[in-house]
Design a binder for this molecule. Structure first.
Ligand code: HEC
Length: 132
């Protein structure tokens, strides 16, 4: 192959590489979901008070308290609120502000909307995958 042909092939490939790379890095395949600041603040409250030391989300976390992934549909907002306001003999009362409680509830609502998690009902296959 002549040198000019090699240069031509190189330039075409370079052009295609740069074009495809810039396409990949500029096109967003999925639009960002609308911002939900209350839920984001609620997640921060969840982390600040280390709720996951006793509770799980999708089965991950401590095991003193129940999994709260589906808490929003299993219980009403009022029940969640009352747990947060008064605590129990095992769960401490964190003296959360009204804003913190409503943000937490919004966070639990968005977690609940992502799916359901009741690991006891999951089918576990030998290759480690699960079916809900
Ligand atoms: C020290 C462990 C502990 C921590 C930390 C904790 N919890 Fe709990 N929580 C529990 C236990 C245990 C229960 C079950 C009620 C009981 O048996 O007293 C519970 C119950 C709940 C319930 C009601 C669940 C149900 O349907 O029965 C909610 C909602 C809840 N916790 C939310 C939270 C949130 C939000 C935080 C963080 C701000 C938190 N918990 C931090 C231990 C904890």
């Amino acid at each position: 192959m002549k040198d000019t042909h090699k240069r031509l092939v190189f330039l075409v490939m370079l052009f295609l590489f740069l074009g495809y790379s810039s396409f990949l890095y500029t096109v967003q395949p999925f639009p960002d979901p609308p911002a939900n600041t209350a839920a984001e603040n609620g997640k921060m409250v969840w982390q600040n008070y280390n709720c996951s030391s006793c509770h799980q989300i999708f089965g991950l976390g401590g095991y003193l308290g129940p999994d709260l992934t589906d808490e929003y549909t299993l219980r009403s907002e009022a029940v969640i609120n009352s747990f947060l306001i008064s605590g129990t003999s095992i769960m401490p009362n964190f003296h959360l502000s009204e804003q913190e409680r409503s943000d937490l509830i919004e966070y639990l609502k968005t977690v609940d909307a992502t799916g359901s998690a009741d690991p006891k009902t999951f089918k576990i296959y030998t290759d480690g995958t699960i079916e809900q």
